[in-house]
Design a protein around this ligand. Structure first.
Ligand SMILES: CC(=O)CC(=O)C(=O)O
Ligand SMILES: [Mg+2]
Length: 218
C-alpha cells in the first residue's frame, strides 16, 4: 500500500546526495567539475531535522556550512529506471540543506577518506514540508535561495544543474535500487559560507516554500 509522502522523513529510507552538480559551486571550492558521471554520497535517515529543531554542529568541526538543495521524494521504487520514465517515479519535492562540516570534508579529501563525518552527522539534513509534484510543474526553472541572519548567501537556478532530474534518477537507480520514500539531494549552487552559533538560516524555493532553522551548540 502507498504510504503518506507528507511525512516521508518519518519512515523514509535512504538519502542519496549528488555533489558538484552546479559548475560554479564546484569551482568555488576548487573542485573539478564532474565529467561523464555524477558524484554520489549518502546520509542516514537519522540526519533528518525538521523546522522547530536547532541545527547542532558536530563537536569535531569549526566550519559548518549549509548547502541549499532541491530534494526529490520517490513515490515508488525501481532499479535501472529509464530516463524517459523517471518522472513517473517521483512523488514530489522538498527543500533541503546539505549541512557540511567543511573542515572535516577537506581533511577527508586530503586523507582519501569517505565523507561520512563531514556529511552524515545528526542534523545534517534539515528538510521542509513535502511539496507534491503537481505544485512544481517545471522543476528545472526554480530559484533556490539561502539567507543567514537576513543576508542573502546563496541564490541559484535549477536550470544550472549539470545532470538534470531524469538523468539523476536513472543513474542512481542503476547503482542502487530506489525505494518509496527515498530522498535525492540534487546538489547546491554557488555561494556556500560558514555559519556560527545563534545564526538564523532561512531557505526557500522562489516564493513557493520557505523554512527557518537556528544554529545552537550544546
Ligand atoms: C563539495 C560538496 O560538498 C559537494 C556537494 O555536496 C554539493 O552539493 O555540491
Ligand atoms: Mg551538497
Amino acid at each position: 500500500m502507498a504510504r503518506d509522502l507528507h511525512s516521508f522523513w518519518e519512515w523514509g529510507r535512504k538519502i542519496v546526495c549528488v555533489g558538484r552538480n552546479y559548475a560554479e559551486h564546484a569551482r568555488e571550492l576548487g573542485n573539478p567539475v564532474p565529467g561523464a558521471e555524477p558524484l554520489l554520497f549518502l546520509k542516514p535517515v537519522s540526519a533528518y531535522l525538521r523546522p522547530g529543531f536547532a541545527i547542532r554542529p558536530p563537536r569535531y568541526s569549526r566550519r559548518l556550512q549549509p548547502e541549499v538543495e532541491l530534494g526529490l521524494v520517490l513515490a515508488k521504487g525501481g532499479s535501472c529506471i529509464p530516463q524517459e520514465e523517471a518522472m513517473d517515479y517521483l512523488g514530489g519535492y522538498a527543500l533541503c540543506l546539505d549541512m557540511t562540516a567543511r573542515d572535516t570534508q577537506e581533511e577527508c579529501k586530503r586523507e582519501g577518506h569517505p565523507w561520512t563525518l563531514a556529511k552524515a552527522f545528526d542534523c545534517s539534513c534539515p528538510v521542509s514540508d513535502f511539496i507534491p509534484k503537481d505544485m512544481i510543474p517545471e522543476p528545472h526553472r526554480l530559484t533556490l535561495w539561502l539567507k543567514v541572519n537576513g543576508q542573502l548567501r546563496q541564490q541559484g537556478q535549477t536550470s544550472q544543474m549539470i545532470f538534470p532530474i531524469p538523468y539523476l534518477i536513472s543513474y542512481i537507480s542503476g547503482i542502487m535500487k530506489l525505494e518509496e520514500g527515498d530522498l535525492v539531494l540534487t546538489g547546491t549552487p554557488a555561494g556556500v559560507s560558514d555559519i556560527q552559533e545563534h545564526d538564523e538560516l532561512q531557505a526557500g524555493i522562489d516564493d513557493l516554500i520557505t523554512m527557518k532553522f537556528k544554529v545552537e551548540s550544546d
